[in-house]
Design a protein around this ligand. Structure first.
Ligand code: MG
Ligand code: MG
Length: 248
């Protein structure tokens, strides 16, 4: 069942989402060659708790940290640790915050120092996929319109679109209905209704779309070891159009 939120609920999600946006903005200032991924996690948790929110991911399904930190060929769900970022890496940071029972969920991929131009294209295209999907999150469109818009950006650049993981409804639960795939067909799927709140989160790969999970049980990597990017916002469908809930 897809839960439509009231304006008041959407406002609560925006407050939670703002903390996510602030945290990702902080991450962008901290990411540089030499920093440990566990330092990013500590700083993220500190900021989330300073705003009286709870890091949604900590303990979710047993996940051990407040943010997911996924480097290069890691797609999503990377566990922060003593790894140090180095010049030329790209790093995806995924963050969730719960405030007064409502959740914001967003992710960005950041360059560590100077990176290869093809990685810049990968990141720019993945962000463009997110923006294209958000633009289609409108009353009267169908869910497939969002998915198709995301996928089209990847296809233009011949990037791999991860199929094993997707976006989702978000609200009082981190993962609610519906699933929001990053591939799909125009004019298919359920009609998008006022009050839907969904996390749209393209994961595009430079190489194959295929992924696998490492032995830590969490970290998702590309099967060919080539880099991956991930951008995400939580978005509300309103009469005025899509509203991004995870901005600082
Ligand atoms: Mg996320
Ligand atoms: Mg998500």
């Amino acid at each position: 069942m897809i839960v439509c939120k009231t304006a008041q609920e959407i406002e609560k999600m925006r407050e939670a989402g703002r903390i996510v946006g602030l945290t990702l903005r902080l991450m962008a200032t901290l990411v540089e060659p030499g920093i440990k991924t566990e330092t990013l996690d500590k700083e993220a948790e500190k900021l989330i708790r300073k705003h009286k929110a709870i890091p949604t991911f900590k303990g979710y399904g047993g996940f051990p940290a407040s943010i997911c930190v996924s480097v290069n060929e890691e797609v999503v769900h990377g566990i922060p640790g003593n790894r140090r970022l180095k010049e030329g890496d790209i790093v995806s940071i995924d963050c969730g915050a719960t405030l007064n029972g409502y959740i914001g969920d967003a992710a960005v991929t950041l360059a560590v120092g100077r990176v290869d131009p093809e990685l810049v294209t990968l990141m720019d295209t993945t962000r463009a996929g997110l923006e294209a999907g958000i633009e289609k999150a409108r009353i009267g469109n169908r869910l497939g319109d969002v998915s198709a818009a995301v996928e089209a950006r990847a296809n233009e650049r011949r990037l791999g679109v991860v199929r094993d993981y997707c976006g989702h409804g978000v609200g009082t639960e981190l993962h609610e209905a519906p699933q929001v795939p990053n591939y799909g067909t125009l004019n298919t799927g359920p009609q998008i209704l006022k009050g839907w709140t969904i996390a749209i989160e393209p994961m595009f790969n430079l190489g194959t779309a295929r992924v696998r999970v490492l032995n830590d049980g969490w970290t998702v990597i590309t099967q060919d070891g080539r880099p991956s990017a991930h951008f995400e916002h939580s978005v509300a469908v309103t009469e005025k159009g899509p509203v991004i809930l995870t901005l600082p």
